[in-house]
Ligand binder design. Structure first.
Ligand code: UDP
Length: 323
């Protein structure tokens, strides 16, 4: 089996992907600066603490482990932070990724899977959102991911490197046995915040906006289980080796749930009432974000297996209760 280099393998989606790669028999090397990730979430023995823009380190890793495929997660990913410090996002997510790809290509790496986001779409006109929608990000985070996608496109032209950018919708859930899960600081995402409220670590969950043009007035999102996301990375990586066309792929379920629906089901799963407060809209939140997912399903046969809301919330609950 070949060796795959995973950057950001100590982070939420990266750590789950490393675990699934190992279960499938791949050898996995992780490069992470641990700025937001957790060392104990790294399941492989081959761990390098360092920066993706460190040419010497990256060349050494690629050469020592004969790497030909890379999954690149390492990035900053907080929309609010990106609004306050856009330069930080462009330096970290764009500048460092470009340097990283340049080193990879000079070392002969041929396949790159990149962790992108539905935030590249901005406020979409069509729901579900097809990949062909003209991207129009409304925050530096989404813009930074789009810039990296464009970089990959031009690097393919010049160096024939094959790539896929996976545009995730709302990653959620935890490993089935509760060993790995979502542990961000600060936490901003709905499902972990709802569960932390249930555990008494927060007083209440605020609903950001109840006057959206949706059936119950709250935002609708397409939640995708982190294990399904992990599988999607591996499918496209294997696809690239078998002639899959480079490009961007949505990863979602094609079905959305409202904030109220998430809270209601969470209350049922945890078996207690969760204190809710209706609050103002959060800046930059589109009313509905739901993926059109035919492309990845048709091209590599990927289908979500764990992304029903019940499994997402109960696996996350198991993890949070343990944590
Ligand atoms: N949300 C909320 N209260 C919170 C956190 C999030 O009402 O404390 C809403 C948010 O406005 C959005 C949805 O939950 O409509 C999902 O937000 P999250 O931050 O989890 O993911 P995003 O969609 O921003 O990537």
């Amino acid at each position: 089996m070949e060796t795959v280099l995973v950057t950001g393998g100590a982070g939420y989606i990266g750590s789950h992907t490393v675990k699934v790669l190992l279960e499938k028999g791949y050898k996995v090397v992780v490069l992470d600066d641990l700025s937001t990730g957790h060392r104990n979430a790294v399941c492989t023995e081959h761990f390098y603490l360092g920066d993706i823009a460190d040419q010497e380190l990256v060349s050494k890793i690629v050469n020592d482990h004969q790497i030909t495929s890379v999954i690149h997660f390492a990035a900053k990913s907080l929309v609010g932070e990106s609004m306050k410090s856009p330069d930080l996002y462009f330096i970290n997510n764009v500048g460092k990724s470009v340097q990283f790809f340049s080193t990879l290509v000079s070392c002969g790496v041929k396949h790159i899977v990149f962790s992108s986001t539905a935030a590249v779409y901005g406020i979409p006109e069509t729901i579900p959102i097809p990949e062909g929608t003209l991207p129009n990000p409304i925050n530096p985070y989404g813009e930074s991911k789009l810039m990296v996608e464009k970089t990959l496109r031009w690097m393919e032209e010049a160096y024939d490197v094959k790539w896929c950018a996976l545009r995730y919708f709302n990653a959620a859930g935890a490993d089935l046995n509760g060993d790995l899960g979502e542990d961000h600081f600060p936490e901003t995402h709905l499902i972990p915040l709802v569960l932390k409220t249930a555990l008494g670590q927060r007083d209440e969950i605020q609903i950001y906006g109840t006057d959206y043009e949706t059936p119950d007035g709250t935002c609708i999102r397409d939640y995708i289980h982190v294990l399904d996301l992990a599988e999607a990375h591996i499918r496209v990586l294997e696809g690239l080796k078998n002639g899959l066309k480079s490009g961007a792929y949505n990863v979602g379920t094609g079905h959305g749930y409202s904030v109220r629906e998430v809270i209601q089901l969470a209350q049922k799963i945890v078996g207690k009432e969760i204190k809710v407060r209706e609050a103002a809209r959060r800046e930059g939140d589109p009313a509905v974000l739901v993926a059109k997912v035919d492309k990845i399903q048709e091209q590599v046969g990927w289908k979500p297996r764990y992304s029903d809301l019940e499994t997402i919330i109960s696996t996350a609950w198991k993890w949070h209760s343990k944590l």
